[in-house]
Design a binder for this molecule. Structure first.
Ligand SMILES: Cc1cc2nc3c(=O)[nH]c(=O)nc-3n(C[C@H](O)[C@H](O)[C@H](O)COP(=O)(O)OP(=O)(O)OC[C@H]3O[C@@H](n4cnc5c(N)ncnc54)[C@H](O)[C@@H]3O)c2cc1C
Length: 434
């Protein structure tokens, strides 16, 4: 166990960094400094406040799998609510193909295939936190893994879900990512959703997801230092020297341990990166993703999956849109959130134009009256099959603690808040408490 007066610096106040800081505080560590570049905490749990409503621009959903996040939220007085009903709209220029055959799919996937999937998935060891020491060649592309296990019939379904959720070409990425995301309960509920059933499965927070992390921050012995511009982090046998500036001036402080909870690919901008770190971090890829909030008229009070664009990765076109706060009495100026991929030649203007064009389709029949905000994210950090096969995660995990440095966050534990929270907590248990 490290002494309770260990001086720890955490860089990044997203779910991973704040979960690490909270776990340290709960274990009695009193000298923890969290540095955050933005003026807010929560990272990609980021909410926009419009007309007195909190609208999530990043993470919004929790599922029954979110045991720890929901328990934490309950302790902090957050309000969970059921999200809106859903529909799938097939613009008339596309065919639903086999997905239209709901009964067949239900029989095939939910009753039969899902249990095979669950068994195979369990054998890989994927339910442990992180990605080290997994079995069953999960570094191979997910579509190959499915074929290998006779689950090729799942591909079309998975592709729709991946594209709709923002994971893009996940069939071509290491199976480990898809397996992390789809636990058997989530798979069944997602299938039901795709089939148009109303499943009381996903819930969001009335106060917005960011507020959860603002409340966590307020409980830390020392709240996050915000708008911190980190100039340098240098590590030596004596400790970790950090130089940063914030509203109160320039600071130079020495710490005993460093927890990197910001995107690792940005750290070479300030960190004395080792050759191994530089090599590993250069392998990280992300998805380009746009979230747009707009006032609209004429749309029903439902989440809508625009099937052609949710089925195949189509940069710039809205895959899904939903009304985060429900319809106004008049139906005028209703707020909707739209999700679209970025890509070559796509920017905020293109995304907005394509939202307009999509809503003008006769099957949708709505219109935008005003764009409120467009947020551009680098979503879902990951590596490709080659990097994973070459031992990316085994190496990164073996580096935990080297140069007084620890790594947490979505790259290490997948792009889901519950998994980021759990991983950070476990890291504290493994490396600071035991
Ligand atoms: C559109 C979208 C929808 C999502 N939907 C869901 C969902 O429904 N459910 C779910 O569970 N998850 C969802 N996620 C994923 C979830 O938001 C992430 O998994 C989670 O936020 C990752 O936490 P993190 O702490 O690892 O990283 P982040 O949230 O990215 O936090 C990293 C922090 O580091 C800070 N930082 C960066 N650089 C520096 C620097 N130089 N110095 C100091 N600080 C720095 C950032 O400002 C940020 O605050 C979604 C994400 C997006 C973008």
């Amino acid at each position: 166990m490290r002494p309770l007066d260990t001086r720890v610096v955490v860089i990044g106040a997203g779910p991973a960094g704040l979960s690490a800081a909270l776990a340290l505080a709960e274990r009695g560590f009193t000298d923890v400094t969290v540095l955050e570049k933005e003026a807010t905490v929560g990272g990609k749990c980021h909410s926009l406040h419009v007309d007195g409503h909190a609208i999530d621009l990043g993470a919004n959903l929790t599922t029954p799998r979110y045991h720890e996040t929901r328990a934490l939220a309950e302790r902090l007085g957050m309000t969970l609510r059921k999200i809106r009903d859903r529909r799938i709209v097939n613009l008339s220029n596309e065919q639903f193909e086999s997905l239209a055959d709901a009964n067949l799919l239900e029989r095939l996937v939910v009753r039969g295939g899902a249990s095979v999937y669950a068994g195979m998935r369990h054998l890989t060891g994927i339910d442990r936190d992180g990605y080290a020491n997994l079995r069953d060649a999960v570094e191979q592309p997910f579509e190959r893994w499915l074929d290998h296990h006779g689950l090729g019939a799942f591909k079309e379904l998975f592709e729709v879900l991946f594209v709709a959720y923002g994971y893009g070409a996940m069939l071509e990425l290491p199976a480990a990512y898809a397996l992390k995301f789809f636990d058997p309960v989530h798979l069944e509920a997602s299938v039901d959703t795709v089939l148009g059933k109303d499943v009381p499965f996903t819930m969001d927070f009335e106060e917005g997801f960011q507020e959860l992390w603002e409340r966590v921050d307020a409980r830390l012995p020392r709240p996050t230092l915000r708008s911190a511009d980190i100039a340098s982090v240098s590590r030596s046998p004596r400790g970790v020297d950090v130089r940063w500036t914030d509203a109160s001036g320039q600071h130079d402080e020495r710490f005993d341990a460093l927890i990197l909870a910001c995107p690792l690919q940005v750290t070479p901008g300030f960190l004395d990166t080792s050759a191994d770190e530089a090599r590993l971090f250069s392998k990280i890829r992300t998805n380009d993703y746009y979230v747009t909030v707009a006032r609209t008229r004429g749309l029903p009070d439902m989440s809508t999956y625009v099937y052609p664009y949710a089925r195949r990765l189509t940069p710039g076109w809205p895959t899904v849109f939903y009304p985060p706060v429900g319809r106004s009495d008049s139906g005028e100026g209703d707020l909707f959130v739209f999700y679209a991929y970025g890509g070559e030649g796509v920017d905020e203007g293109v995304v907005r134009q394509r939202i307009r064009e999509t809503l003008a389709h006769p099957d949708l029949g709505g219109e935008v009256t005003e764009f409120v905000h467009t947020q551009h994210w680098r979503y879902f950090p990951h590596v490709d099959s080659e990097a994973m096969r070459a031992g990316f995660y085994d190496e990164l995990e073996a580096m935990q603690g080297v140069f007084h440095t620890y790594y947490v966050g979505e790259l290490l534990s997948f792009t889901l808040v519950e998994l980021n929270h759990r991983y950070a907590k476990q890291l504290v248990e493994r490396h600071f408490v035991k």
